[in-house]
Design a protein around this ligand. Structure first.
Ligand code: NOJ
Length: 677
């Protein structure tokens, strides 16, 4: 029997090898340099491969879906149709790293039929000069109403050796790990974006776009450099259940000749649907301070009691400071009744509409209004999403009525530890932060918030896949280790963390990193792994349309010149460029203000000092600029008391000038370039 099967397989293989000679479908990017080819293996499994400049990037890799209740959509396929299309469009972002985005692609839609079952499966490929996206489309078909997906077999076989920067997928701390740097064949299971630099300098990042009503994709290394899409789990049998017809999220591969091409890349945004919310002029970028870092310093508590941080009196004190220093928003955490007790799972006691007795919500909002300072609302769920959903509309309505226009949400819980509504009243089931249930939940929150013209900043989120294009009120999120880790030397992010984020987490979208700890001090005076100039640089290097000045007011007040920079630095950009950098080592970004002719530069380095040559090629050649430079003092070093040494100076510059700036170990630089009269 076995022998017969082997012979049959060999015969099949011979036939298929002959048939294999030519792919069944091909397409290329608008510049003609990136090509894909679609093929079948001897068992009728669909393979795709990608090359750029005739060099292989993705070796033949499988496509298909495993089901929980039927024969997998993996083998035995034939191609029953293909169509091509092209697009070249320009669309406007309501806010962002750049004002206008070009969406220029060639498309190939391939329609397959599984011969043994008659089932239909399509794969749509879109090729851009900046990378490739593809997604599954499952059309309506007789006898199949809902698809129950156990997992994907989608593979990414990286064809050439290189280095990868990645975070572990499926571990308890969600996305809050330091990035690993390993050879590509040293990756285990990774979250996306996963960034790779091939040995010839080509940069790749595998990620996804438009993660809607579906489980997130992790990348599980099968062997060598071959990865398989592994979907985030669900407490239900299938990881994803979808009524037909439906389309999966796009699986994306950014492809760039260098680091700048990886960063200045709108692949995922272009693969998301346009704005669904209509007029979103009510979504406005802003800067804020918060009753927040003082909790990390142990000065006050989120919970009620003698050290409660969220009191009416403290809120007034912060509002006065915000008004004096030009901040128009204030975050207050811990005012909701029920915060006392454990963080994990505490959410079932929290009331998002009732305050502790020492906090008068309306009085705080009224006081803020007189001073031109808006409250940022807070919805911490403690991971109890079922409880949150039960009060979602009332909680949004309360803030809506009071004129609050932004809310920070939070899902503090271990991975797999979210409470979702169960099938029976009162029952719960446990879910993951990045599973199908949460991808639906976040859209529910965005839609509820949009009804009250409220923007959302999600902490402990699902990863960003460019949905801000469709829901422009999803202004920011966490989704990586932020500044809060620097509050204690026990947890701190090493200086290489932020220059790694620029090329990994930040490819996904804005991050609420919360810079601006000008004291460079955490709990018990623990020194931060940063120089003072670097705190300013972070406002430019790590993009978010909402940026915090995170230190406590009495510390911020001690640094008036630096505070001035924070007040001036824009949060909404006309254009953004990576002008120098190497993944995980350093990054220098230049951004042009959307509302003036000013440019800003922010540079950050790891624990090595670096001299960077700025050439200002991006400036308007017809103008001369006055540069205000915030750079590390010559002896500055994040490891010693010199971390506060900063030089602030002004110079005239124009396009083509050269300026060498030294960044200290753990340091950075920030520049404001303002056209001189
Ligand atoms: C963790 C978040 O990252 C932090 O910003 C927040 O203050 C706490 N959760 C409490 O909500």
């Amino acid at each position: 029997m076995k022998h017969l099967a082997t012979i049959a397989w060999m015969a099949w293989g011979l036939l298929a090898t002959t048939a294999d000679a030519a792919p069944v479908a091909t397409a290329s990017s608008p510049d003609g340099l990136t090509k894909i080819a679609i093929d079948f293996d001897p068992d009728g499994r669909i393979n795709y491969s990608i090359s750029r400049k005739d060099q292989p990037l993705i070796a033949p890799s499988r496509l298909g879906l495993l089901l929980t209740d039927g024969y997998a959509l993996v083998r035995d396929f034939e191609l029953v149709g293909q169509q091509t299309a092209e697009g070249d469009d320009r669309w406007e972002q309501p806010w962002g790293e750049r004002h206008y985005v070009r969406d220029h692609y060639r498309e190939l839609l391939t329609n397959f039929r599984q011969q043994s079952t008659g089932r239909l499966l399509s794969v749509r490929f879109r090729l851009f000069d900046q990378g490739v996206g593809f997604r599954y489309e499952v059309p309506s078909q007789a006898g199949l109403a809902t698809l129950h997906i156990a997992d994907e077999v989608t593979e990414f076989d990286i064809a050439r050796p290189g280095t990868a920067w990645w975070q572990p997928g499926g571990e308890s701390n969600r996305y809050e790990y330091l990035y690993n740097k390993t050879p590509i064949d040293g990756v285990a299971t990774a979250h996306t974006p996963m960034t790779m630099r091939l040995d010839d300098g080509t940069h790749l990042a595998v990620h996804e776009a438009a993660l809607v009503d579906y489980a997130s994709m992790w990348l599980k290394r099968e062997q060598g450099q071959k990865f398989r899409a592994m979907l985030s789990p669900s407490s239900q049998g299938p990881k994803v259940s979808r009524a037909l017809p439906f389309a999966s999220p796009w699986r994306t591969i950014r492809i760039a000749d260098n680091a700048a091409g990886l960063v200045e890349n709108d692949l995922e945004l272009n693969l998301n649907e346009p704005n669904k919310l209509g007029d979103v002029s009510w979504v406005k970028p802003f800067k804020y301070i918060g009753i927040w870092w003082e909790m990390f310093l142990g000065k006050s508590t989120w919970a009620s009691g003698p050290q409660h941080g969220a009191t009416t009196a403290n809120a007034r004190h912060y509002i006065d400071f915000a008004a004096r220093h030009g901040f128009d928003h204030l975050l207050i955490e811990g005012w909701n009744k029920g915060w006392d007790g454990q963080w994990w799972g505490f959410g079932k006691h929290v009331s998002l509409t009732e305050a502790y007795p020492d906090f008068d919500l309306k009085a705080v909002i009224d006081y803020g209004r007189q001073k031109g300072v808006q409250l940022i609302g807070h919805h911490e769920t403690g991971g109890n999403v079922a409880h949150y959903e039960s009060q979602l509309d009332a909680a949004m309505a309360l803030y809506g009525k009071l004129g609050v226009s932004a809310i920070k949400t939070g899902y503090v819980a271990d991975a797999g530890g979210l409470y979702a509504p169960g099938d029976q009243p009162g029952a719960v089931r446990m879910e993951w932060h990045d599973g199908q249930f949460m991808s639906r939940h976040h859209i529910l929150v965005l839609e509820a918030a949009a009804r009250y013209h409220i923007a959302i900043n999600t902490h402990e989120p699902i990863k960003d896949t460019g949905l801000r294009r469709t829901y422009p009120n999803w202004v920011s999120r966490e989704g990586a280790r932020g500044m809060e880790y620097n509050a204690s030397t026990y947890w701190q992010n090493p200086p290489s963390h932020e220059p790694t984020l620029v090329f990994t987490r930040m490819l996904a979208g804005p991050m609420d990193y919360t810079p601006g700890i000008l004291s460079l001090q955490g709990l018990h005076g623990d020194p931060l792994p940063s120089t003072l100039a670097r705190q300013l640089a972070l406002y430019v290097a790590l993009y978010s349309p909402i940026q915090m000045a995170a230190d406590v007011p009495e510390q911020l007040a001690k640094y008036p010149r630096e505070l001035d920079f924070i007040r001036q630095v824009p949060v909404d950009w006309e254009d953004s460029k990576l002008i120098d950098g190497a993944v995980g080592e350093y990054a220098v970004l230049a951004r042009k203000d959307r509302h003036s002719a000013d440019w800003y530069i922010g540079g950050i380095t790891d624990d090595h000092k670096r001299n960077v040559a700025l050439t200002f090629d991006f400036l308007d050649p017809a103008k001369t600029y006055r540069a205000t430079i915030y750079r590390d003092g010559d002896d500055a070093d994040f490891k010693t008391d010199t971390r506060h040494h900063i030089v602030i100076e002004t110079r005239r510059v124009k396009r083509g000038d050269q300026m060498m700036i030294r960044m200290a170990p753990g340091g950075g630089m920030a520049l404001r370039l303002h056209p001189s009269r």
